[in-house]
Write a protein that binds this ligand. Structure first.
Ligand code: PGA
Length: 256
């Protein structure tokens, strides 16, 4: 099993330039490197400078929160993968629920973006997750399975092996309501099972599956201690260096 533990911070549309650089400097100074990765997913305009700050830190990586699927051209306001690569980005978050909801990103469009990210040699962090009404109707497993199937299951085994998945139940994002460790584990196990059925057991075992939705220092140890939870995609708590370092440090305390 070669999957990685990962704490990925999704800054969303927060922090002006100076504030963002200060946060990156503090994370770079305060975090104590381990085998786990700490990924900073910053707004586009911070990427280059944050990349320079974290350069040389063996555990830190730089992520974009989105990208355009086309290589270049007349797409006003968009950012290409070549641009992202040229400033040191290694990972790209795709299909965050806010992009799906406010920017109408469909499973089909996300399949194109996944292909583009893989073609560029970067690593997609593919988000999936259900709304509250879907969970209440008890159709959440089928819903998430469909998101994964329509955006990822066209990939070859080799390409699927490069994907990181983030399961983020929408009802737990930014609400302070966290899925219980048991709820997270249940869905992560289902996701791993789907991968195993579509590809094989080894591919499923090697896939890092992150949980997202109100992860904080107080719940990270228990969440990350679940056998199929390989880390977190963290919004609010990634905006404070001490909190995000504590979440990163949780990997050393889980005994798994
Ligand atoms: P949250 O956001 O940690 O603030 O709930 C998580 C996310 O949207 O990635």
């Amino acid at each position: 099993m070669s999957r990685k533990n990962i704490a990925a911070g999704n800054w969303k549309m927060n922090k002006n330039y100076e504030e963002g650089l200060a946060l990156a400097r503090s994370l770079s100074e305060k975090s104590v490197a381990s085998d786990a990765l700490m990924i900073l997913s910053t707004p586009f305009i911070h990427l280059k400078a944050v990349g320079d700050i974290i350069k040389g830190q063996p555990h830190m990586r730089l992520a974009a929160q989105n990208c355009h699927q086309k290589a270049a051209g007349a797409y006003t306001g968009e950012t290409s993968l070549d641009m992202l690569k040229s400033v040191g980005v290694t990972h790209v978050i795709l299909g965050h629920s806010e992009r799906r909801e406010y920017f109408h990103e469909s499973n089909e469009l996300l399949a194109e973006k996944v292909n583009a990210v893989l073609d560029s040699g970067l690593t997609p962090i593919f988000c999936c997750g259900e709304r509250l009404d879907i969970r209440e109707a008890n159709t959440h497993v089928a819903y998430v399975a469909n998101q994964i199937k329509e955006s990822l299951f066209h990939l070859s085994t080799a390409d699927f092996g490069k994907i990181i998945i983030a399961y983020e139940p929408i009802w737990a994002i930014g609400t302070g309501v966290t899925a219980s460790p048991a709820q997270a584990q249940e869905m992560h196990r289902e996701i791993r099972q789907m991968i195993s059925e579509k590809y094989d057991g080894e591919t499923a075992d090697n896939c890092s599956i992150l949980y997202g939705g109100s992860v904080k220092p107080a719940n990270a140890i228990e969440l990350f201690g679940q056998p199929d939870v390989d880390g977190g995609l963290v919004g609010g708590a990634s905006l404070k260096a001490d909190d995000f370092c504590a979440i990163y440090d949780a990997f050393g305390k889980t005994n798994v």
